[in-house]
Design a protein. Structure first.
Length: 131
């Protein structure tokens, strides 16, 4: 579990390349590198720990490149209300000097294509394939 108190330690443990391309759930559309202070501030907005579980993890390795995809479930309390949502993640890793580093990280939530463009945060993973 990730908590406000262990957020910085958790973030430092991530093998993220300094210039990694990141497309995550929060604006902007994309950036290079992780702003650890922004992530720690976001984590501070939760009422206690956040639990993130990965499901249906697929890993492919070819030489010094690898990619992994997964469905992730994030749970916790925010603003006094329980939060429970699924999202998708795909990461690309490169092995440099014997160490694997994340060079691309993409997380997303599908949206309803009914004209509302509402994020489909109420989906649940059912799988063997798609949510």
């Amino acid at each position: 579990m990730i908590t406000t108190s262990n957020a910085r330690r958790s973030l430092h443990a991530i093998a993220l390349a300094p210039d990694a391309v990141i497309f995550d759930l929060a604006p902007p559309l994309g950036r290079r590198g992780m702003n650890r202070d922004s992530v720690a501030a976001w984590l501070g907005g939760w009422d206690g720990p956040i639990q993130i579980d990965a499901r249906d993890v697929n890993l492919t390795v070819d030489g010094d490149l690898a990619f992994v995809s997964a469905l992730n479930r994030m749970r916790g309390r925010q603003g006094g209300e329980d939060q429970d949502m699924w999202y998708r993640t795909t990461m690309c890793l490169r092995k440099t000097s014997g160490r694997w580093r994340i060079v691309h990280d993409h997380s997303s939530v599908p949206f309803y294509m009914d004209g509302s463009y509402r994020a489909a945060v109420d989906l649940k993973a059912h799988w063997g394939g798609a949510a």
